[in-house]
Each structure stands twice: as C-alpha cells, then as structure tokens.
Design a protein around this ligand. Structure first.
Ligand SMILES: Nc1nc2c(c(=O)[nH]1)N[C@H]1C(S)=C(S)[C@@H](COP(=O)(O)OP(=O)(O)OC[C@H]3O[C@@H](n4cnc5c(=O)[nH]c(N)nc54)[C@H](O)[C@@H]3O)O[C@H]1N2
Ligand SMILES: Nc1nc2c(c(=O)[nH]1)N[C@H]1C(S)=C(S)[C@@H](COP(=O)(O)OP(=O)(O)OC[C@H]3O[C@@H](n4cnc5c(=O)[nH]c(N)nc54)[C@H](O)[C@@H]3O)O[C@H]1N2
Ligand SMILES: [Mo]
Length: 760
C-alpha cells in the first residue's frame, strides 16, 4: 500500500458494531459490487443459497434473515469483484514484472478469466485452450518415472465433490501424495484426538452453546477469524455463562463486543463484556496452564471434593492413574513459570471449570501451531474427560476450523495417510487398486521438491508458496518442478513462483452458478461442527470461460488416465453421480447422501463421542500422558523471544484485504512486530523504531526479516507477534509439531535487534 505511515488507534472501543458495518460497506464499494454484492449477501448461508467462502463456523441454529459477518462480506466482495485479470493484463505484464508487485496488488487486480500457460521465451503467461492445458497435464503426469513424483495439493475452500474426485484421481494415478492446507492448520486435531477420543473432529453442535455452563477459548481470535461465533458468545454471556479467554494478546473482541446484527446494541452503542476471565498466557504456556488446572482438580479430589466425574471415568476411560501420577509430579512454581500465569489464577480457572456442569473448550491456531501441538490437544481432551464433558448437552471439544470446507475435504479423502479400510472401499467402488504406501504432507512435499523427487505440483485452490514455511527455501524448491498447475479464482504468488511449465486454470467461485448439460448443479461442504449442507451459487460466473473445479479434475484425470475404468466425464454434468460414489465409499457417514442433502439444513455426520462411543483400539476414551512442561526448543538462547505469526483483521490467510488491523489499532502497515514493553526497553527499542528479526535455529541458514516496525503491545514478556504471511521466511521447515509435521508458526524462536530507521 502506498500509505506506509503507521498510526495507532488504541481507542479501547468494543469490537464489532459500527466499525464492522462501515468496513462492510467500504469493501463493496472498493470492488465496485454494491448492488450485486448486496443482493448476493441476502442468499449467503440461507436455504437455497451459497455457503460463505470464508470461515468454517456453522450457520446460525435459529434462522436469521441475514447470516453473515464483516469478513464474509469481504470474501464475497473480493470474489464478486468487477476487476479482471484477462489476457490483455498478462500481455501487459511479464512474470518478472508481476513478481515485483506485492501480494496485495496481485489480489486487487481481480478475477482470472481464461486458462493461461507460461511462455518461457517471452516470460509472459499466454492464453491456452482448455483442451491443450489438460493434454499438457496428462503428458507431464505420464512422463513421470513414478506416480509419487506428483503432488496433489488441496486448499480448504474446495467443496466435497471436487475434493473427493481429486483424491480418487491421485489414487488412481498411483499416489497418496495429498498435501493440504490442513497440514498447516488443524492437523494436530485430526491426528492428536483420535487416540484420545476416537475422532479427529469437534464434538459439539450449535445448540450446545445454549446449554453450556462455561466456555474456554484458547488461542483463537474469534472476532476476526470466526466472527459469527461472537453472537453465540454474546448470548452465553447474557445468560451469565463464564467465558475464559486464554491468549497472549488481549484480542479486543474477546474483551468487549457489539453485535452488528443486534439492532438494539447498534442503536444504543452498547457492548457486551465477553471474557469474564482473561488469562494472559505466554506463547506456548498453555501446556503448563492445562496441567496446572488438572493438578488443582486432583488436589481438590484428594480433599474429598467431588470435582471429578468418577462414574464417567470408570465407565469410559483408560489411563487415569498414569495421568494423575504425571500431573502430581509437577511443581507449582514450575507450572507458573512455564505458563506465565500465577498459581492463584490457574486455581481460579480450575474452580470455574469445576463449577460448570457442562464445559466447552474451543481452540484455534494458538494451540495447533507449536512443536508439541498434537500432544497438547490430548491434554485438552484429558481435562474435558476428567469431568465427563463429552456426550452431554453443552459440553465438548471445539476445534475452530479455518477454511469453509477444510474438515469436509479430509472426510472425503484428502488424506496422505489413508486407512486400509478406506482404501478397500475405494477399490470396491472404483475398481482400481489404490496405492497403500502413505504419501506426502506439506513438509514432505517441500522436501521432495527440494530434492528433485517431486516433479509435478497441482494446486486445487490455495496459495501454497505463501502459506508454507521457509519462504526462500520453498521458492527455490518450487522452481525445480517440471510443471506447476494453479487452479484458482485469483492471481497469487504461487502462479509466479512456478515450474518449467506452468498453467493457471480459472474456476467458477463458490458464490457463482454452475451450469452443466444436465442443469444447474450444487456442491456440498462440511462445517466445523460436522453439518453437511448444500451450497448453490447465485451469481453469474465472472466470465463464460471459467470451469467448475469438478470439471477440471475430471478432465485432468481423463487426460492423464486414458485407460481408466472410472467414468470420469460422466461426473462433469451431474453431481448426484459423484455424491452416489461418496455414499458408496463412506456408507457409515453418507448413506442416502442425495436424499439427505436435499432436506432443509442438510444433515449431521455421526460424531461417536456425542454418544459416548469411542472408536479407539481399546474402545475407551484414553487419558494420554505427555511428560514435562517444555516446548523443546532447538537451542537455548537467553535473549530468545517466541514469535507467533498471526492474522490481521483484514486478511483471509494469504489474501490481504487491506493493511489495517482495526482491533489492534494498526493502520496502513503490515510490517509490524508486536512486543512487550520490557523486551523493547531491554533492547533499546521504542514504538515506531525499525527492528530486525532473525530466527534462532540449529542449522546454518540465515533467516532474517528486516524493515519491521516495533509496536509496543500488551504481550507477556518473552512473547512477540507479527503477521502471516510476511514473516514466513523466519519459519524453518523443520520447526514443526513433532507428531504431525504442522509448522510451528506460533512459536518461532527469534532474536530481535534495533535496526536503522525505516523509511517512511
Ligand atoms: N477473517 C478471517 N477469517 C479466517 C481466516 C483469516 O485469515 N481471516 N483464516 C481461516 C483459517 S484457515 C483459520 S485456521 C482460522 C484461524 O483463526 P485463529 O486460530 O484465530 O488464527 P490466528 O490469527 O493465526 O491466531 C490465533 C490466536 O492465537 C493467539 N496465540 C498465539 N500464540 C499462542 C499461544 O501460544 N497460546 C495461546 N493460547 N494463544 C496463542 C494469537 O494471539 C491469536 O489471537 O481462521 C479462519 N477464518
Ligand atoms: N506463518 C504462518 N503460516 C501459515 C499460517 C499461520 O498462521 N502462520 N496458517 C496456516 C493455515 S491455518 C492455513 S489454512 C494455510 C492456508 O493456505 P492456503 O489454503 O493454501 O491459502 P489461502 O490463502 O487460503 O489461498 C488463497 C487462494 O485460493 C484461491 N481461491 C480462492 N477461492 C477459491 C475457490 O473457490 N476455488 C479455488 N480453486 N481457488 C480459490 C485464490 O486464488 C487465492 O489466492 O496457511 C498456513 N500458513
Ligand atoms: Mo487454517
């Protein structure tokens, strides 16, 4: 952005309210879609309309006339934009020139209009016929020595029908290489929870908000990243339900919130206090906090207080003794030190928990992006199990998912570690023999590219190169590929950091109508609470030359697999045929899919812990022990700060809507480093001064970001924060969750020093 002069609002106002309403209007005007956008908004998250392409929070349980938030409007406005990236645009700008532009600039150019192929001689993207694009993909795939040289990436906006077929395409081709955005997001949920409660998903539904007696929110910026949940929090607070927010940043919407959909609050400028207890945890201190809460419960139990659900534990759980021994071996002083929270506040949290008959623990990236995240989530489950908080109204674990269909994509096969039972079904339903070896997740894919072992990358949505760690290293790896394919709505960096051959294939977006020879089609998605619903596009596609994601998958498959036994081209016209195959592949979940999806409100997928059924090897819910309190840092450096890379209020992942971050008081700047006042003073840094951030690691690479501006912020000592994706160059490939390979984007060990003045 041109306005690089930062300013601080710091007005302490409530979040939401008129600020949100104004932002909503502004983005519709900016994208020149006031009429079209407003009409489409009436259909967002309504029966017969389309599902918001932004976050995965479910639709309101009680039907509202309008069911969207400020950030949903931004997502829609950017999708419905009147601006276009067409063949003239690519003729005007070489790839080198485009690469010199910011990600924000690329996004603002508008919608892609027709398939383009990279021409190395001129360094321009040039138009290519759809048929020729598919043929090129087919030739590259067939030329590989082994199917595992291909990487099939999925981003979580892809609907079930396209994701399912994409996974079948890859498997028929012969690989389980399905890196996906979940590998950088809720993978610790997907892999950490099954050994514990038998499913890697959340266990509550929307109605549970009406019955809950306490809500804990760990590491999630609700007002920005799932704003529609604010309505549930406001209602719970009005009922007097305690809300405990655990966060190194006092996120404004977790403190005070005015619901923009509540006319009374809007008219009277009133707001609701959200957090009744704010726990100012250090980055990475949640493990110690959770263990401290468990310790307090065990101590109370020792004194004869009935704080544990003994009947539930006896009937349903295994491993109680070992957990108790480990927790009781910890020392209070160490717990307080490792969490950054005083013993008495930890005890108070434990009392809130013990006083609640039904507790929900919600969490976001603040828990999933650390070196120990999968095990950390098992401790969350332990805490819930101790009081039987599964399978009763108002209780459960609530991973707040990111992308609108990231959960569904995994359910329907985007999984690099498929189970044998699933592969057997694929073989029965489709008649080919799928590969059994596990495939690549995101980090494996990066290592394979770097080593020259991966040669083709097909990106079904997303912006892989901006989302992944170790930017310089990742870009070099990506450039080694023979072919990169970006299936996308908008131009992004991934199209400019490409292989020897490269294609951009533009798709019909979520809000747009998919018309086929058999008529208008709808798609389906699964929200964060396992509701499967239909999404019907309502807008005309941005241009006539776009194709649906389903069609692109089918035609790629037909081109790459000429002898296939799968009727690929039949699926293009009639999505019911795809849903029939999904039903056949997952009889437990999707029987009668086509009938059930046509009922109003769709249907809920079975979540066995809601019935107190545990699909674990021993048939029990398991208390799992993770010894100690530490994060396991690569090196011990006394001046180390732990850096969390987070989202601003005005972005969706790698898509930047503006350089403002209203709730944190930042305007016109994203190159910001939020720091604790004491940490700044110790380094001779003041608000506004330039700083340089270097990663502390045990390898020899220099990872440094310069030109950042320090901003004093109420963070605990030793914790710092800045924006994703600008700070991704600091995150090493091998700094990740031990169990799942999820990049530890919330706890990068860094050194911060004052630098020369930054140009205004
Ligand atoms: N508008 C909008 N909505 C989105 C997205 C978006 O970019 N924009 N992205 C979508 C996606 S894919 C996802 S995954 C979600 C992400 O939504 P969130 O999970 O809210 O993601 P972040 O902004 O990365 O950061 C989460 C919070 O974790 C806190 N945190 C950092 N470190 C720690 C820690 O060690 N402990 C604790 N307790 N807290 C910590 C940060 O202060 C921050 O408040 O949102 C989805 N929805
Ligand atoms: N340092 C750091 N890194 C992170 C994170 C972090 O917190 N810190 N968060 C991680 C998380 S949680 C996630 S989920 C990943 C996100 O990683 P991705 O999912 O790969 O990234 P997005 O930015 O969501 O992808 C945006 C692009 O998707 C395309 N797109 C949009 N809509 C559609 C559509 O309907 N169809 C298709 N085919 N394409 C579409 C557009 O071209 C757009 O440019 O990033 C991860 N990376
Ligand atoms: Mo995510």
């Amino acid at each position: 952005m041109s306005d690089r002069k930062p300013s601080q609002q710091g007005d302490g106002k409530a979040a939401g309210g008129w600020g949100a309403a104004a932002a909503t209007a502004r983005v519709l005007i900016e994208q020149s879609v006031v009429g079209k956008g407003s009409r489409a908004l009436l259909e967002m998250n309504q029966p017969g309309g389309f599902k918001c392409p932004s976050c995965a929070f479910p639709d309101s349980a009680r039907k509202k006339k309008l069911d969207f938030c400020e950030n949903g409007v931004k997502a829609l406005a950017h999708e419905a934009t009147k601006h276009r990236v067409d063949r003239d645009f690519f003729a005007r700008h070489s790839v080198a020139e485009l690469a010199g532009q910011s990600d924000y600039w690329l996004e603002m150019q508008g919608r892609l209009t027709e398939p383009m192929r990279y021409d190395a001689e001129t360094d321009h993207y040039v138009p290519v016929a759809w048929e020729d694009a598919y043929a090129l993909i087919g030739r590259h795939l067939q030329a590989l020595d082994h199917p595992d040289q291909a990487e099939f990436y999925t981003s979580g906006r892809t609907p079930n029908e396209a994701a399912f077929l994409f996974s079948i395409f890859g498997r028929e081709f012969g690989t389980n290489n399905f890196p996906d955005c979940a590998n950088m997001c809720h993978e610790p949920t997907s892999r950490g929870l099954p050994p514990s409660i038998g499913i890697g998903k959340g266990t509550v539904v929307m109605e549970d908000f009406e019955h809950t007696e306490a809500i804990f929110i760990f590491g999630q910026n609700t007002g920005t990243n799932s704003p529609r949940m604010m309505g549930n929090l406001v209602e719970a607070r009005k009922r007097g339900v305690p809300v405990v927010a655990v966060n190194p940043m006092p996120e404004r919407a977790l403190m005070r919130f005015t619901d923009p959909q509540d006319p009374r609050q809007m008219a009277t400028f009133r707001a609701t206090d959200i957090a009744s207890e704010f726990v100012h945890v250090k980055i990475g201190g949640d493990l110690a906090l959770l263990k401290g809460m468990m310790r307090a419960l065990f101590e109370a139990d020792d004194k004869g207080r009935a704080v544990l659900d003994r009947d539930f534990i006896a009937a349903h759980c295994a491993g109680f003794g070992a957990l108790r021994d480990e927790i009781m071996s910890l020392d209070w002083a160490e717990i307080a030190d490792a969490s950054g929270i005083a013993e008495d506040q930890i005890r108070r949290c434990a009392e809130i928990y013990a006083g609640s008959g039904a507790t929900m623990i919600c969490y976001g990236m603040g828990l999933t992006q650390h070196q120990n995240s999968a095990e950390l989530l098992q401790q969350v489950a332990n805490l819930l199990l101790l009081r039987g908080n599964f399978g009763k109204p108002g209780a459960g674990i609530v991973p707040i998912r990111g992308h609108s269909n990231v959960q569904g994509d995994r359910t329907v096969g985007i999984d690099e570690k498929p189970t044998d039972a699933y592969l057997d079904r694929v073989e029965q339903v489709f008649g080919f023999v799928p590969p059994r070896d596990h495939g690549h997740h995101v980090l494996d894919a990066l290592y394979a590219m770097e080593a020259g072992q991966a040669r083709v990358f097909i990106g079904m949505g997303g912006n892989f190169i901006r989302a992944v760690p170790d930017r310089d290293r990742a870009e070099a790896a990506m450039r080694r590929l023979d072919l990169t394919v970006g299936i996308a709505t908008k131009l992004n960096r991934g199209h400019l950091v490409h292989g020897r051959d490269a294609l951009i294939l533009p798709v019909i977006a979520r809000s747009e109508i998919i018309r086929t020879a058999q008529g208008v089609q709808f798609v389906t998605i699964e929200d964060a609470m396992a509701n499967v619903t239909a999404s019907h596009g309502v807008l005309e596609p941005a241009t006539g030359s776009l194709r649906s994601e389903v069609e692109i998958v089918c035609r790629m498959a037909a081109a790459a697999l000429p002898g296939s036994t799968v009727p690929w081209l039949d699926f293009i016209g009639d999505y019911d045929l795809i849903r029939d195959r999904i039903a056949a592949t997952y009889p437990d979940l999707f029987t009668d899919f086509n009938a059930k999806i046509r009922q109003e409100g769709g249907f809920h997928l079975d979540v066995p812990p809601r019935r107190r059924v545990w699909k674990t090897p021993n048939g029990k819910a398991n208390f799992l022990v993770m010894p100690g309190l530490d994060m396991d840092d690569p090196v011990d450096a006394p001046d180390m700060l732990r850096l969390a890379t987070i989202r601003s209020h005005d972005q969706f992942n790698t898509t930047i809507y503006s350089c403002n971050d209203r709730y944190r008081g930042i305007r016109g700047d994203r190159e910001v480093l939020f720091m604790n006042a004491g940490d700044m003073a110790a380094r001779g840094i003041e608000t506004g001064s330039a700083v340089e951030v270097t990663t502390i690691s045990d390898d020899t690479r220099l990872r440094r970001v310069t030109g950042l501006r320090a901003q004093e912020y109420p963070l605990p000592r030793g914790s710092a924060a800045g924006y994703f994706p600008e700070l991704n160059p600091l995150l090493p490939f091998d700094h990740h969750d031990r169990m799942t390979g999820t990049p530890a984007a919330k706890s990068i060990p860094v050194r911060v020093v004052a630098a020369g003045p930054r140009p205004a």
